[in-house]
Design a binder for this molecule. Sequence first.
Ligand SMILES: CC(C)(COP(=O)(O)OP(=O)(O)OC[C@H]1O[C@@H](n2cnc3c(N)ncnc32)[C@H](O)[C@@H]1OP(=O)(O)O)[C@@H](O)C(=O)NCCC(=O)NCCS
Length: 167
Amino acid sequence: MSELEAVYEMEDGTRLEIRPLKASDEKAWLDFVNGLSPDSLYHRLFQVRKPFSHGDTGHFLEISPEKRTAVVAVTRGKIVAVARYELAPGSKIGEFAIVVGDNYQNKGLGSFLLGILADHAKSKGIEELVAEMFPDNERMLELCRKSGYRMDSKVESDTRIIKLHLQ
Ligand SMILES: CC(C)(COP(=O)(O)OP(=O)(O)OC[C@H]1O[C@@H](n2cnc3c(N)ncnc32)[C@H](O)[C@@H]1OP(=O)(O)O)[C@@H](O)C(=O)NCCC(=O)NCCS
């Protein structure tokens, strides 16, 4: 099992498979993002937008260890959460983001995925993971605070920037 593979058991006994996102997940990924509530999508992307379609998936589904790493939580073929980080060429600082499906929020899944993603990034020598969010996104702030990694947080022009120090 790779570092990015795990099983997350929810309180109700549902077992979620955690694994890397693959190019062949396109349909499941589209169903997931297009099924998010406007509020969840807005908090993830900072914008209200039209539904995603085939032409929009390139950026999100092109995975390569040098550039983009993403894990998904899956049950019965359905994606229910995605966590990812991106690296600029040659950089040791990753930009990360997490989105958990509305019916799965507040059940510890986001925290679990952050743990997997951050431990993996650390093992690859990444020094920091940085995320941008709305300043009122208390859940994301709390999740990062409890990650076990040293955290800095600052608010700049209506955006909260969180930095997790991995090394
Ligand atoms: C932010 C998000 C990823 C969190 O994932 P999640 O699975 O719901 O989070 P978890 O259940 O692991 O943990 C959230 C923590 O915040 C706490 N929390 C929840 N609501 C809170 C609130 N209003 N104020 C303070 N803390 C809160 C929870 O109690 C939990 O802590 P706990 O582990 O001690 O119970 C998820 O809500 C989401 O996808 N939101 C929409 C997209 C988004 O905002 N992404 C972040 C920007 S990249």
